[in-house]
Write a protein that binds this ligand. Structure first.
Ligand SMILES: [Ca+2]
Ligand SMILES: [Ca+2]
Length: 444
């Protein structure tokens, strides 16, 4: 079974090896090696036949769902005193600056803006409503990298300086999820005057925000940002980044994984709204679904795993290269390389099995200053870590050595074990990868 697996892997990956030098061997290692996986990042974009760009548990963050909105009002909380007091009470609806916030009949004052690759449609729903004869339902069929890619809005509002406004609406969703509601400039710099996140459930609930205009705002829209950002993260480590594939840049034979300050809102594993202040990137040769019967990109059992990389320096940046089981168990885990940006001269080498962790560190030069080669030789009886071709740690408790196929992961996390970034951390920062290779030792 194991030999069949290796043969299959060799055949399926040999296509991508192209005209590469067949005599490539691991740095510092002699012997007879078969290259079973290789990516030199020589193309214009990431090779999506070799990699996925999220963890397999990204299923948690599915964003396709329906959202209902009704009874939208924008009122002036502290109306300007009238010179002539009006004896008859004014109906509340006359104070509403929103046209057809009840979604009666024609909803043309409203518009749904959808930017590719997101996909969504809007309809009136006469079956579920808070007031009048209908609500509005937005059916999101595809998420997007940015939270404003599906936006339901009404333009042509004007806010008076010094006035306090109350923005209210009722909403629910087909599953627990969120939306962001905003009062924003509709031209110029698109200044965001006020914004809040609403955590929607399947039950109608009212949401409000109030805003005092600090200046005259002649061109304003009231909007609902409906599509949580696509991507994933690793919540188990309290990491601060949201992984998105636009942070994976391939150019000049190098993959750059970019960490940047960018705010996205999305859902956590429980479906509650959550905002991330950073985005970054990861690549995995594993699945992009939790379904373990689905084919996996590349996994292997035993081999020599090598990366040539230049890690970023800076507090809060956590560069890693590691292996995880193809059967989606959290352990065992082999960490070829972990470097925390505030101590870029320290390489962490770790092996996790059941709830145990064995680790060693190696202090060398500033690994952010130049390219270095990090490798692990995973054999049935031992795991050996190499830095620039020199052995730096050896784990020999053979009863704990993983005997299960594993896949590759390369990622740049923000926060978590590395702690939060501080004012000295530079964004964007880049984790640069020249190549990732895996060899099998030929058995004669
Ligand atoms: Ca209504
Ligand atoms: Ca390269």
């Amino acid at each position: 079974m194991y030999k069949c697996l290796l043969v299959t892997l060799y055949l399926t990956t040999s296509l991508s090896l192209g005209s590469q030098n067949p005599s490539l061997v691991p740095v510092g290692q002699s012997g007879d090696w078969a290259l079973i996986f290789s990516d030199d990042f020589d193309g214009q974009t990431l090779d999506m036949d070799s990699w996925t760009t999220c963890y397999w548990w990204k299923d948690h963050w599915k964003s396709n769902s329906d959202i209902w909105i009704d009874k939208v009002t924008l009122t002036s909380k502290s109306p300007t005193p009238q010179p002539t007091p009006e004896p008859t009470p004014t109906p509340e609806s006359q104070d509403n600056f929103i046209q057809n916030g009840s979604f009666e009949g024609d909803i043309s004052p409203w518009r749904l803006n959808v930017t590719s690759p997101a996909s969504a449609s809007v309809t009136r729903d006469t079956k579920s409503k808070v007031d009048g004869s209908a609500s509005v339902r937005v059916d999101i069929s595809k998420g997007s990298p940015n939270n404003w890619y599906v936006q339901f809005r009404q333009n042509d509002l004007e806010l008076v300086e010094g006035e306090t406004y109350q923005f209210s609406f009722w909403a629910k969703a087909s599953e627990n999820r969120q939306l962001q509601y905003v009062l924003q400039e509709s031209s110029g710099s698109h200044a965001l005057y006020a914004d809040e996140i609403a955590n929607l459930t399947r039950t109608w609930e009212e949401f409000t925000l109030s805003y005092t205009a600090t200046a005259p705002h002649p061109e304003v829209f009231l909007g609902f940002n409906l599509a949580p950002a696509t991507g994933c993260t690793n919540e188990a480590n309290d990491e601060l980044q949201w992984y998105q594939s636009d942070n994976l840049i391939v150019a000049d034979g190098v993959l750059q994984i970019r960490a940047q300050e960018k705010t996205v809102f999305t859902l956590d594993a429980e479906g509650k709204g959550k905002t991330y202040d950073y985005t970054s990137g990861m690549i995995s040769s594993g699945r992009e679904t939790s379904d373990t019967t689905a084919p996996i990109g590349f996994s292997f059992q035993y081999g020599y795993i090598e990366i040539r990389a230049k890690v970023p320096k800076g507090r809060g940046l956590w560069s890693a290269f590691w292996l995880s089981p193809a059967i989606h168990n959290p352990k065992p885990e082999i960490d070829v390389l972990e470097i925390l940006g505030h101590e870029p001269e320290v390489v962490h080498m770790s092996f996790h099995y059941s709830d145990q962790r064995s680790k060693e560190t190696w202090s060398g030069p500033d690994y952010s200053a130049d390219w270095h080669v990090f490798a692990v030789d995973w054999r049935p009886e031992e795991i050996v870590w190499y830095i620039d071709g020199v052995e730096r740690w050896r784990y020999v408790e053979s009863e704990h050595i993983p005997a299960t196929p594993m896949y590759l992961l390369v990622n740049l996390a923000v926060g978590g074990w590395a702690g939060a970034p501080d004012d000295s951390t530079i964004f964007p920062s880049y984790y640069e990868i020249d190549y990732v290779r895996v060899w099998h030792r030929q058995v004669l």
